[in-house]
Design a protein around this ligand. Structure first.
Ligand SMILES: [Zn+2]
Ligand SMILES: [Zn+2]
Length: 293
C-alpha cells in the first residue's frame, strides 16, 4: 500500500477529517502518495439544478427545494465558495510535507456536460492536478436519481453512455467505482454486460484506468435479488474487466482518516487478485482537450 488518489475531507459534508488530518494519517499508514479528491465544487449550482430539474417541478418539490436549492446541495460535495481555501491549504501541505510524501490536488467529478468547460478550466489553470470521474446521479445531482437507489435499464444505459462520453473528453485521469450502476441491480443481464463492455472499450481506447473502490465494502453486505453481496465491487463487472485486460487502480475512497488503513487496502488487493485484475499504481494525469464539448 503506497498510493491512494481517492481521498475526501469534511468539506464534502459527508466525510470527516481536514486536509491535514488525511495527510498525517496517510504518512502514518506508510503511503508515499496521496491525492485529495473531494466531490467537485460546481459554480452556479442552484441555477443548474433548477434548469435540469425543471422550473415548474422545482417549485412543487419541497424536498428538492430545501435540500438542493436552499441548502445548496449541502452534503453532496465541496461548496463552491470554499474551493479556493481548500486548494490553498493543499498547496501549503504539499510544501510542508514534501520530504515525507507526494500530495496531489484533485476532484472527483460528476459528468455534467454543462460543466465541461469549467472542468477544463480547472486543469488549464492548474488549480488541480487531476480529475477523476465518479458518476453518482442520473442526469442531475438529486437523490431520487441516485445510482445507489435506481436500477431500471434505461437509467443504467444512460450511465454507460455518460461514462463513455466523459472518458472521451480526456478530462478524467481514471474512472472511480465504474460498477456503481450495479449497486441495487438484482441481475447482471445482457444490458449490464453491454454497458460493462462499452465502458471497458472506452477505457482502453482513452487509456483511462478503472478503479476498484473500497467504499462498496464499507457499505456492507446487502441482500440484492437472490444474492447477498456488496453493492460494489461487482464480480461480473470485474470479470469482464479482467478478460479485456483493462488497467485497474485500487482506491480507498477514504471519507475519514481511519479509512486510510492497511486492512482496507488488503481487502482491495485480495479482490483484485481473486479477479485476476491488471493493477497499476501510477497513471497519466489527463489534461483534457481544450476543445469545447
Ligand atoms: Zn464516488
Ligand atoms: Zn469518492
Amino acid at each position: 500500500m503506497k498510493k491512494n488518489y481517492h481521498t475526501h475531507t469534511y468539506r464534502c459534508g459527508h466525510a470527516s477529517g481536514s486536509e491535514e488530518d488525511m495527510v498525517v494519517q496517510a504518512i502514518a499508514s506508510g503511503l508515499d502518495t496521496i491525492g485529495i479528491s473531494c466531490h467537485s465544487p460546481l459554480p452556479y449550482f442552484r441555477l443548474f439544478m433548477i434548469r435540469s430539474f425543471g422550473y415548474v417541478r422545482s417549485i412543487f418539490a419541497a424536498k428538492f427545494l430545501t435540500k438542493w436549492i436552499v441548502a445548496d446541495g449541502f452534503g453532496s460535495r465541496l461548496p463552491y465558495r470554499t474551493k479556493n481555501e481548500h486548494l490553498q491549504i493543499i498547496k501549503e501541505l504539499k510544501e510542508k510535507y514534501k520530504d515525507q510524501m507526494t500530495i496531489y490536488a484533485g476532484f472527483e467529478a460528476e459528468w455534467f456536460v454543462q460543466y465541461a468547460n469549467y472542468f477544463q478550466s480547472l486543469l488549464d489553470n492548474k488549480e488541480v492536478d487531476y480529475l477523476i470521474l465518479g458518476l453518482h446521479y442520473d442526469r442531475y445531482n438529486c437523490m431520487d436519481r441516485y445510482y445507489l437507489r435506481i436500477s431500471d435499464d434505461a437509467s443504467l444505459v444512460r450511465y454507460g453512455q455518460n461514462a463513455c462520453y466523459a472518458m472521451d473528453t480526456g478530462l478524467f485521469s481514471y474512472f472511480c467505482h465504474p460498477d456503481l450502476f450495479m449497486s441495487t441491480k438484482a441481475e447482471f443481464n445482457e444490458t449490464c454486460q453491454k454497458i460493462t463492455r462499452d465502458i471497458c472499450h472506452s477505457a482502453l481506447k482513452n487509456n483511462v484506468p478503472l478503479e476498484v473502490n473500497a467504499g462498496g465494502f464499507r457499505r456492507g453486505l446487502k441482500q440484492i435479488g437472490d444474492h447477498e453481496r456488496y453493492p460494489y465491487p461487482h464480480d461480473e463487472f470485474w470479470k469482464i474487466v479482467s478478460e479485456l485486460e483493462v488497467p485497474v487502480v485500487l482506491g480507498l475512497d477514504a471519507h475519514a482518516p481511519e479509512q486510510l488503513c492497511k486492512e482496507e487496502y488488503d481487502q482491495l488487493e485480495a479482490y483484485a487478485k481473486r479477479l485476476n485484475l491488471k493493477v497499476i499504481d501510477t497513471f497519466e494525469f489527463k489534461k483534457g482537450t481544450t476543445k469545447s464539448v
